[in-house]
Design a protein around this ligand. Structure first.
Ligand SMILES: [Zn+2]
Length: 136
């Protein structure tokens, strides 16, 4: 499932809207910007992942990984990460981040893995929005 960064979100019709923009819908066939994202922002993204927004049946697969994790406890195509609330499997939900002027960013929760595992650098306006975010 590939969408270019900052294009209008349309993946889930029910959850789409005029102000919702795609972030981090990566695919191995399309190049993406890389760079360094601060630990602070990564931790915030992980906290956001703990709140499931748009749940999907099954898992999106990261097709950039050459050796995706597998095992009896790992749902096919998902990525286990340790969080303060225990193990979380990325790949079956999205996160939403509120930006400037009512903009909303919609990202697969795999974005955490894309940044950490593949050095993906999301657009600056998205990083700014994450920086502003405070867990409730
Ligand atoms: Zn990967």
């Amino acid at each position: 499932m590939y969408f270019e960064d900052l294009t209008l979100y349309s993946y889930s019709e029910i959850h789409s809207g005029p102000n919702i923009y795609n972030i981090g819908w990566l695919d191995a066939k399309h190049s993406f910007p890389t760079g360094v994202v601060s630990e602070d922002i990564l931790n915030k993204i992980l906290k956001m992942c703990l709140k499931r927004v748009v749940g999907a049946r099954g898992f999106h697969q990261c097709n950039i990984c050459k050796n995706p994790p597998s095992g009896p406890e790992v749902p096919l195509g998902s990525f286990p990460v340790m969080t303060e609330q225990g193990e979380l499997f990325l790949g079956s939900a999205e996160i939403r981040v509120l930006g400037e002027e009512g903009k909303i960013y919609a990202a697969p929760n795999l974005i955490y893995h894309y940044i950490k595992g593949h050095d993906y650098l999301p657009p600056q306006e998205f990083l700014d929005a994450v920086e502003q975010w405070e867990p409730i």
